[in-house]
Design a protein around this ligand. Sequence first.
Ligand code: ADP
Length: 628
Amino acid sequence: MIEMRKKQFKAESKKLLDMMINSIYTHKEIFLRELISNASDATDKLYFKSLTDGSIDASKDTLKIRIELDKEARTIKISDRGIGMTADELESNLGTIAKSDSLNFKNENKDDENLENVEVIGQFGVGFYSSFMVADRVEVLSKALGSDEANCWLSEGVEGYTVSPAEKEENGTVVTLHIKENTENEDYDQFLDQYRIEELVKKYSDYIRYPIVMEMSSQVPDENNEGEYITEVSDEVLNSQVPIWRKTKKEIKKGEYEEFYKQKFYDYSDPMLVIHSKTEGQATFDALMFIPENAPSDFYSKDFEKGLQLYSNGVLIMDKCADLLPDYFAFVRGLVDSADLTLNISREVLQHDHQLKIIAKAIDKKIKSELSKLLKKDREKYEKFFKTFGVQLKWGVYADYGMNKDGLRDLLLFKSSNGGYATLKEYVERMADSQNDIYYACGDSEEKIALLPQVESVKEKGYEVLYFTDDVDEFAIQMLMEYEGKHFANIQKDEVDLSSDAEKEALQKKNEDARELLDKMKEILGGEVSSVKFTNKLGKHAAAISAEGYVSLEMAKVLSQMPNGGNGIKAQLVLEINSEHDVVKKLEKADETALEKYTKILYNQARLIAGLTIDNPTEFADMICDMM
Ligand code: ADP
């Protein structure tokens, strides 16, 4: 006799299972779609194998999912003749949670004693365990393809489960749910009703590419006894089997895209944008893509894998085909189905596949054009999108040395001194005739940039300034080089000078006259600055830091945060003193000690304003107190 020992669920599985069992979730019905999806996956796997192994039976009879209801016994059975599971697989697949999404969910809800967030259950891949929302006993009878033995996994809840040898003729899996008794608040009987099940299959699993068959009984007139009815039973296929992406837009019901997206990509929000396209020509393919409302929780982790699902004629051949998406669109979820691709193609071969490259190019273009449409049609929504994913696009401009700039640059948004966001196009259209360059300034936040002395004075002159708040901004702009013939000018760099020729001349003279003083100040600051000079672009402020040469202040900041410290690349700093400010008189009159003090104070305060750190804050504070 075989000894059977009850095994414990792994801790995290137990927790999720517990949530399922005690779930107050209203959409308990999703258990069915989860089980059908599993059956469909198992059938896919078998079909896929059969392509390279002629001995595997992948006939029509096999590629089918069956549902059986038994009202008396209160059971619902979902069976497939797919790949099946060995005893070990039953153990590892059903004894632990495989899906990282489920795990994430568990982590987020660790402290959620009352399971308040239970509404989100089932809106994503909670999988097999959802059975326990409707059943108090679950049996999984399975025989793996190519194996002689079958096994039965059995569980009645958190106490644990058993796996024991069993009898089963064909490979595949039969999941039997023993449906709970109705309670005062819960109607479980519905899941034993054929019409309700039919409805649920249509709602959630219509696109499953294998027939989902159920024996349906109906009342038909009895030919022998007039006025009497007899019950007739016959197999019926419940799903249309047309994958949603194969349907035309007209055929797709309201909410169908959203439902499909949520269950397929384990999101609990509707997608922000749906892109459904049929392409014919150089490559023929259907694409169904979604831009999520929010970035996936692992989006910024190194574990995140971009990619679209790849189907060949409705059969999944790769789950995340990275080559289909450029990095700057890594957030796009979805799939591509093309008859042009051969089924049993390996990952390595696929990478060099000509057809795939054409598809990838077309997809890139499509996403760009849809985003561009959105930008024109629904600015508010686009801005929301840009807040979430805009940085990706900027990196896209930067990473390919601007190669992709053509499609991407018009999708970029920058905060503007005019308020709100501006595209480069909008900026250029608003430019004054007298303005040659696109002005920008960098900083940690809009608010801080707006307060920069240089920004204030440019704004006072009536020019618009773009505010660069992302690290990548200035790097991306460097790659763009220009926009519609207009160059970009960092107004914290000294080349930007908006004064008139006469003003310029006067300033130059002032600088020359004060050469000695300014050089002395430079000396006081040691190697910190490459020069000290008078300027007339600071409005009412006394001093500011700017940079000269290729590297701007912001770029230097970003570079210094890189792992290699930016290879020691530094900006060449210039201390600019407002030639109109009263402080100049003080400087002119100061003796040696006072000049040293004033210079250091001006320099340090200018650094602070520019968002740079100062080397010796204590000394700085002491100097100010001294003066007070
Ligand atoms: P998933 O989201 O991965 O489907 P589930 O909890 O639903 O998570 O299932 C866990 C694993 O159990 C599946 O990934 C699969 O390997 C296996 N499995 C579930 N149902 C079946 C089935 N009908 N046939 C074969 N394997 C199955």
